[in-house]
Design a protein around this ligand. Structure first.
Ligand SMILES: [Zn+2]
Length: 374
């Protein structure tokens, strides 16, 4: 045994304070054990002084910081290396990939949520309540200091308009509804399937907007609507649409705040395709999932930097950072899976295509999901 104590053996970690049983979990210990082999608490029976307490507090910060720094530098500077290290068992020196990605996603969407002034749309006077759902035109008239932010809002408005169009296609609402809701509703019963559902939804939305009903019970008692699950569902989504129309900014804010969680539905599916592309490699599904967590973490880092650069210098640097990401992704695939350039190009193109299809599908699903639960 080494008789000259290292720095970590001094103070409360010194030999004189060691016990034969862990104070945290009761695991039997030897006096030579610096830490419990069961729960890794330090083997020290000394009562904490203020200095010990502060030391412990800062030590945990410093160890977290060094983990974070190592994770960041390895991820940014050596594409593919961090994933390789992690799945080969070098885990303690890196931050957990899932937690790392979740933190980055939350930071990114917090920045968006704080700086994006979505609510100002709500206070814009709505001229004609019954007119088309023209959020884009409303945003266009608003004063944005940051041009990129305005573009983002426009993009959200477009997808909302698209969702609204999809959900309300084939609508032929006429004055019949307003003149006599009850008999208008009777005519809907002849319609079939989806068309009937969307017309009912539109029916409820209109009644909700002009204040005739507030709850589903109102609809039952006032207009003799049957209490079926289809009607209830049509009522809920109609009501959501009415509320979105009333306060679109609020809705966008809710949606943006839920975006980080969409990533975690998207990635497991994407990892399945990576697994398919590299089916002959000895990696299992979890390995591919960790790879996609690391890749997405880098994407969020670039998005955060890009956003900060744009805000500070009033430029649009998206294209630059997306180019960096494309190059990085290629390098990471090459380094992690270790195949030649030609094979990597083929898989790179395949995975890119899948990525965009999945992104499109999950965007549509998410907007639909948000409309229903809003
Ligand atoms: Zn223990």
């Amino acid at each position: 045994m080494n008789n000259t104590p290292a720095k970590a053996d001094q103070g409360r970690y010194g030999l004189g304070y060691r016990g034969t049983e862990c104070l945290n979990c009761g695991h039997p210990l030897d006096l030579s054990d610096k830490f419990c082999s069961n729960c890794s608490q330090a083997n020290s029976t000394k009562k904490l002084s203020i200095k010990d307490f502060l030391d412990e507090f800062f030590a945990s910060f410093i160890s977290y910081d060094s983990k974070l720094l190592k994770t960041l530098s390895s991820l940014v500077l050596k594409p593919g290396k961090i994933t390789r290290d992690y799945i080969n068992g070098k885990r303690v020196s890196y931050t957990n990939p899932f937690r790392f990605l979740l933190s980055l996603a939350i930071v990114y969407f917090l920045i968006l949520g704080i700086t994006g002034d979505f609510e100002q749309i709500d206070f814009f006077p709505t001229q004609e309540k019954a007119s088309t759902f023209d959020l884009r035109a409303t945003i266009d008239t608003l004063d944005y200091s940051n041009q990129k932010e305005k573009e983002q809002m426009m993009a959200v408005a477009d997808s909302l308009n698209f969702a609204n169009f999809v959900l309300r296609y084939g609508k032929h609402r006429d004055s019949a509804l307003n003149a006599n809701p009850r008999s208008y509703y009777e005519t809907l019963k002849d319609e079939s399937g989806l068309s009937r559902f969307f017309k009912k939804q539109d029916f409820f939305q209109t009644l909700f907007q002009n204040g005739s009903i507030r709850t589903f019970d109102d609809a039952i008692s006032k207009y003799g609507i049957e209490n079926t699950s289809e009607n209830k569902f049509a009522f809920t989504s109609g009501k959501s649409f009415a509320r979105i129309k009333e306060r679109p900014g609020d809705f966008i804010k809710t949606m943006v705040s839920r975006l980080p969680f969409a990533v975690f539905f998207f990635l497991p599916v994407f990892a399945l395709f990576i697994w398919l592309a590299y089916i002959r490699k000895r990696y299992n599904y979890t390995d591919h999932l960790i790879f996609s967590f690391h890749i997405t973490s880098l994407l969020f880092i670039l998005l955060i930097i890009s956003y900060l650069v744009d805000t500070i210098f009033k430029v649009s640097s998206n294209w630059l950072f997306l180019t960096i990401f494309s190059v990085y992704l290629f390098q990471a695939l090459r380094k992690f899976y270790g195949q030649n350039v030609f094979k990597t190009i083929v898989k790179y193109l395949f995975l890119n295509t899948i990525f965009f299809i999945l992104a499109l599908v999950s965007t549509i699903l998410m907007i639909a999901g948000n409309i229903i639960t809003y």
